[in-house]
Design a protein around this ligand. Sequence first.
Ligand SMILES: Nc1ncnc2c1ncn2[C@@H]1O[C@H](COP(=O)(O)OP(=O)(O)OP(=O)(O)O)[C@@H](O)[C@H]1O
Ligand SMILES: [Mg+2]
Length: 262
Amino acid sequence: MTAPGISKKRLLAVCGKGGTGKTALTAMMTRVLLDSSNSGKLLLIDADPAMGLPNALGLKVKRTMGQVREEIIKTARGSDKEKKAKLASMLDYMVMEALYETDSFSLLAMGRTETQGCFCPVNNLLRDAIETLSSNFDTIVIDGEAGVEQINRQVMRRVDTLIIVSDATSRGVQTAALVKKMVRDDKVIQCEKIGLIFNRVRGNQELLKQAAQEIGLDVFGYVPQDENIASYDLVGKSILELPVTSPGLAAIRHIVTDHILK
Ligand SMILES: Nc1ncnc2c1ncn2[C@@H]1O[C@H](COP(=O)(O)OP(=O)(O)OP(=O)(O)O)[C@@H](O)[C@H]1O
Ligand SMILES: [Mg+2]
């Protein structure tokens, strides 16, 4: 159910070539959404096993979904019948335990998976539990990897808006084109809207716009190279504390207003 005063539920995922700024942009979006009055209850999902998002937000996560998954696999393999029988009913609770809650938002870190091999039924059960958990939130933002397979396999089967981040390089744009193909042609994940954000932009906006047109993607916005972001990252300061006047934050504010909270 959507909280009173909130126009609708929003499910967003961020992906794109490695190192283009997915985590920094997710953290800045968090800041802007928290400043906005109609984003409602906010859930962040760090779907990158490297877990950069808690770091960027200055949080120390204690438990990950990867750990929950390990426990489930161990219990399912063990001989304790009673525990096994209880497992299904405990799933939602176990996922709740991995939820990191702050005063203003919640975060779920997927973390790493140690056990090798395919455990599709476990993944499916956990994904269902994450989807159930998400239904208690109004805005959900997933910080992903380059592609969308892992989001579909472990986090959600559908998103409303997919945000692809690219830097001002042809490899960044090529990765964006590949992700678009995965979604539109190969249907790797269900998704209504796809948009491109160019990050660390230093001019060349016309050329970037043209490159996006060539691959058939709408540009949600251009985020400039912002020394505040780089220096906050360097000293481990939370992106949530960026100065209001930060140029990167101003660009994200426009993107959120025009394309996300619309
Ligand atoms: N607009 C920006 N201006 C300056 N520095 C930036 C900007 N956006 C990101 N950075 C810096 O670029 C680096 C990579 O950013 P980030 O970690 O967000 O990328 P990522 O796409 O999440 O990477 P990964 O694929 O490893 O998860 C970081 O050091 C970050 O501080
Ligand atoms: Mg990242």
